[in-house]
Write a protein that binds this ligand. Structure first.
Ligand code: URA
Length: 214
């Protein structure tokens, strides 16, 4: 489903116009999202933030406690880990765009339910169409499931390039690199997971011709 013609802004190369279109989408979301306007336990919606012209878009699962308090994505402990991943790539947070499948915090940080994803997901899709990044990096199971439509676990699909096909008439497929969720890395930061996530990020850097590091 495409919610509006906001996605046409992706053809606009003016950063201010893109940012304005994102703001309009944020307002539409907060007024009409069937999930976020009826969910009751959250304080703030967390639309997403970053560079409207970003080459890379990270997609997480849903806001946690700190994100709910601040209205900003990935600003708690998982955010620290994501920041480390972005820095390791030689980038700054302001260079990329960061969003989530759900834009309001699920009770007790539980995994998003299918009806919540169905309600909130179209706004994420619209964000992708509007920003039209060169690569999507899905962080963990729920984001990967929504974008790739796969039931396979993240450890099976991470590190393997895939594609997200936009709705008909909305342009070319966008390459997708699924990788571990930063919160998972916080709980399981072993030499193995550290090496795997770094190899996933290096694959993205190589594809975008970013300078090799480390
Ligand atoms: N986990 C997520 O998936 N998203 C956030 O914004 C924070 C934690």
């Amino acid at each position: 489903m495409v919610l509006s013609n906001h996605a046409e802004a992706a053809t606009v190369q003016d950063p201010a116009a893109r940012a304005q279109a994102l703001q309009a989408l944020r307002e539409l979301h907060d007024r009409t999202c069937p999930h976020c306007t009826t969910a009751t336990v959250h304080t703030h919606t967390v639309f997403g933030e970053g560079n409207a012209m970003a080459r890379i878009m990270f997609i997480g699962e849903a806001p946690g406690e700190t994100e709910d308090q601040t209205g900003r994505p990935f600003v708690g402990p998982a955010g620290d880990k994501l920041n480390g991943m972005i820095t390791a790539m030689g980038l700054r947070r302001e260079d990329v765009y960061i969003a989530n499948v759900l834009k309001s915090r699920p009770p007790d940080n539980r995994t998003p339910l299918q009806h919540e994803v169905d309600a909130c997901g179209p706004f994420l899709i619209e964000q992708i169409l509007l920003i039209r990044p060169e690569v999507l990096i899905t962080l963990g199971g729920p984001a990967t499931k929504l974008i790739l439509g796969t039931e396979a676990g993240i450890s099976r699909v991470r590190g393997i390039w895939a594609e997200w096909a936009p709705p008909a008439g909305h342009g070319a497929p966008i390459p997708v690199m699924p990788t571990y969720h930063p919160a998972y890395l916080l709980r399981n930061y072993t030499a193995k997971t550290r090496g795997e996530v770094w190899s996933d990020l290096q694959a993205v850097m190589a594809r975008l011709n970013l300078p090799a590091r480390g």
